[in-house]
Design a protein around this ligand. Structure first.
Ligand code: HEM
Ligand SMILES: Nc1nc2c(ncn2[C@@H]2O[C@H](COP(=O)(O)OP(=O)(O)OP(=O)(O)O)[C@@H](O)[C@H]2O)c(=O)[nH]1
Length: 669
């Protein structure tokens, strides 16, 4: 189903139920589309699925939601200017109800793959009307009620109530899908009673019938009709073709080269035509008599090329074949047969080359057939009392020049007074203009999608950069506009790691400096890989020193263990890199700190307090490849199974003698 219907649903759900509800619905139905493209086709099941999800989110019934979507569509398409089309269908609501099919037919160029429903008015009275809806889609019957209710109110100022009189296959559809009792597509048929004040319309009809001065005119010979409408045909009570215009016969021969031309007259209409609209209509005398306001679409059946039958029609005797003895018609027919034969072979090769499933899985729509198109006649069935027959007054529905050619017709075949020629030319211009517009729109929406993806990736990179400078929870709070103030923490564990023997600061050798940077980058990257948020957070690197903390900004009672685990992991990891001469040493201390973001240009998350100073001293007074813990930290982890060894008293700058410990191992796994 075209995206336009989904755009209206998304627009009004966001407007009336809020963005959060829409996001929740997208989650429930697993819809990945940020936006719906008007002219793109999406799976039909999405509509009932969204209704079921909205029903779950709001507690409204499924029918209420589908009705709401129908009303949204009418309100939404007014933004596209289609309201003018609705208002121009007629003075009264009944005029509109009789034109819905035609409205969709006008949309064929804009929505070429549209599979619109058919609606026909079967009865009307002062208090309303009865309408018959047919569709190949399930779940839309309440949607239609919403549309008609909204049109009656918005465009005709009428309060209308509608209810279902009888229905067939009217199930809600969606992911569960329609329950197919028989093979082939499901046809939904629903008969509605519409109650509204219809007195003006009924009164108008009486006046028109009663007043016009009906001049007594001589009756017209039916053949005149057939000249005026060369694609017309006449049906008797058995629905057999008794008369037909020359163009429809000629087209039929063209499409059935192997069949005797004379068999067209006298054949049952359904042996040479398929009734495309209204869908699933029983073609018998009484039914058709009731449907004289309905627009029919009849498609000519093509039996394709059949050489043997063709020759029979030409009663050719190939044994004593003498090209010179052929008459003109036979020569033409023979040439046509050869031409068709070549075209059929080419099409069969093309069809084989591009063999694909009949139904496009993405949209559930039937793929267009390959090869010659048959002709579609659109018109109305009129009863002519004088000859007690039905006449199908119609014109070919041909959208553009390509289709005209594919049917094997020319502009001259189309009756000059009809609109078919204009339709073809307009369609052709319209199509080429529209194709250009579609391409532009597709380009624009693809560019939009790309720029959205680019913006997303920039945002992600920006976030990563930000989180590398400021812990995520702090950054999120600042992004919400919360002023970040300093925070004090009762107890954290601060870890200092220094990379040793990496560079002689007195050296002026550029090569050595670059080597040192590369090695340092390798080591620091290895340390970064061991930082597991939110247990440990990297605070900064200053020179050869890497500083981390556990217990801030996310409070963590196991901060001492997590700090020791990190230290043990990094010693093991850096050792495994076997970098020549390089060593590291680690110092850890636990205690209170104050933490906050400082600076505007390059904001940094910093820790303050003596705990930090002491942790730094634990590192700067540590031996290579060792982990030195302050007394407080060692006692904390020793109680939970970490192996520590007393180092004794160490003279620590600015602290005097301090009792410290080596960390040997983690708790038994
Ligand atoms: C005037 C502007 C209108 C436009 C541009 C329009 C266009 C469309 C389009 C594109 C579809 C989707 C068909 C597909 O994707 O195969 C559709 C379906 C539908 N339209 Fe319209 N339409 C219009 C008016 C109406 C009105 C006034 C009604 C009824 C009151 C109506 C009844 C429906 C229904 C019930 C469907 C659902 C499809 C189904 O049941 O099979 N439309 N329409
Ligand atoms: N990387 C880093 N080091 C810190 C931080 N706070 C303190 N230190 C270090 O911890 C050690 C002890 O700090 P203080 O007791 O203030 O010593 P100081 O006199 O400022 O500096 P020294 O010259 O090292 O004695 C010093 O080497 C500081 O560089 C910090 O936030 N980041």
């Amino acid at each position: 189903m075209y995206g336009m219907l989904y755009e209206s649903v998304q627009h009004y759900i966001q407007e009336e139920y809020g963005m959060e509800t829409w996001k929740k619905i997208c989650q429930i139905v697993d819809c990945k589309h940020n936006t719906f493209k008007t002219h793109q086709i999406y799976p039909d099941k999405l509509m009932p699925d969204i209704a079921a999800a909205l029903s779950a989110c709001t507690g409204e019934s499924f029918d209420f939601c589908m009705n709401f979507f129908g009303r949204c569509f009418v309100r939404f398409f007014s933004n596209f200017g289609y309201d003018k089309m609705i208002r121009s269908t007629g003075r009264y609501f009944c005029d509109f109800l009789q034109s819905i099919d035609n409205i969709h037919l006008q949309m064929r160029f804009t929505y070429p793959k549209m599979k619109s429903p058919s609606m026909q008015l079967t009865n009307m009275d002062d208090n309303g009307a009865v309408i018959l809806y047919r569709s190949g889609r399930t779940g839309m019957s309440k949607y239609l009620i919403g549309q008609m209710t909204e049109v009656a109110k918005e465009f005709y100022g009428l309060e209308m109530t509608a209810y279902v009189i009888e229905s067939q296959n009217d199930i809600c559809g969606g992911t569960a899908g329609p329950i197919k009792l028989t093979e082939g597509p499901l046809t939904v048929v629903v008969k509605y009673r519409l109650d509204f004040d219809n007195r003006d319309y009924m009164a108008k009809r009486v006046n028109i019938v009663a007043h016009p001065t009906q001049l007594k005119m001589p009756s017209v010979d039916l053949n005149v009709f057939l000249e005026l409408f060369p694609f017309t045909f006449v049906l008797n009570h058995d629905m057999k073709i008794t008369l037909a215009g020359e163009k429809i016969i000629e087209t039929w021969i063209l499409h059935n080269p192997g069949v005797n031309p004379k068999t067209f007259i006298g054949t049952h209409v359904m042996d040479v035509f398929k009734c495309r609209r209204p869908k699933d209509t029983k073609i018998d005398w009484n039914t058709i008599l009731q449907m004289r306001t309905v627009l029919f679409e009849m498609e000519l059946i093509r039996t394709g090329h059949n050489r043997d039958a063709y020759d029979a029609a030409l009663n050719m005797d190939y044994e004593n074949f003498d090209e010179m003895s052929l008459n003109e018609a036979q020569t033409m027919a023979l040439a046509k047969a050869d031409e068709f034969e070549k075209e059929q072979e080419k099409e069969q090769e093309e069809a084989a080359a591009t063999k694909h499933d009949e139904i496009d899985p993405a949209t559930g729509q039937r793929r267009p057939s390959v090869g010659l198109r048959s002709i579609l006649l659109k018109g109305q069935m009129f009863y002519i009392k004088d000859v007690d027959s039905l006449i199908f007054l119609c014109s070919p529905l041909i959208e553009n020049l390509d289709e005209l050619h594919s049917i094997g017709l020319y502009l001259n075949d189309l009756n000059p007074h009809g609109l078919s020629r204009e339709l073809v030319m307009a369609g052709w211009q319209h199509c080429s203009k529209l194709e250009m517009m579609f391409e532009k729109e597709e380009q624009r929406s693809d560019e939009l999608e790309k720029s959205l993806e680019l913006a997303d990736s920039w945002k992600r990179q920006g976030d990563e950069l930000l989180y590398s400078m400021i812990p995520r929870p702090i950054a999120e709070r600042m992004r919400m506009g919360q002023e970040h103030v300093c925070q004090s923490f009762e107890e954290v564990s601060v870890i200092f790691i220094e990379v040793m023997n990496i560079y002689d600061s007195g050296s002026t050798n550029v090569q050595e400096a670059m080597q040192a940077v590369n090695t340092l980058n390798k080591v620091f990257s290895a340390l970064d890989e061991e930082i597991i948020s939110p247990f440990v957070y990297k605070v900064e690197t200053v020179g050869m020193v890497y500083m981390a903390v556990s217990g801030a900004p996310d409070i963590n009672p196991l901060h001492a263990q997590h700090a020791c685990d990190l230290a043990l992991r990094v010693i093991k990891k850096v050792k495994s890199h076997n970098l020549p001469d390089v060593a590291i040493r680690v110092g850890i201390n636990s205690g209170p700190v104050v933490a906050g973001v400082v600076g505007l240009k390059v904001p940094r998350y910093c820790l303050f307090g003596d705990t930090v100073n002491t942790a730094s001293r634990m590192e700067s007074s540590c031996d290579p490849w060792k982990i030195q813990l302050s007394n407080y930290t060692a006692l904390k982890v020793r109680d939970v199974g970490y192996k520590v060894e007393a180092r004794g008293f160490v003279k620590v700058k600015g602290k005097g003698d301090m009792e410290t410990y080596w960390l040997l191992e983690g708790p038994e796994e």
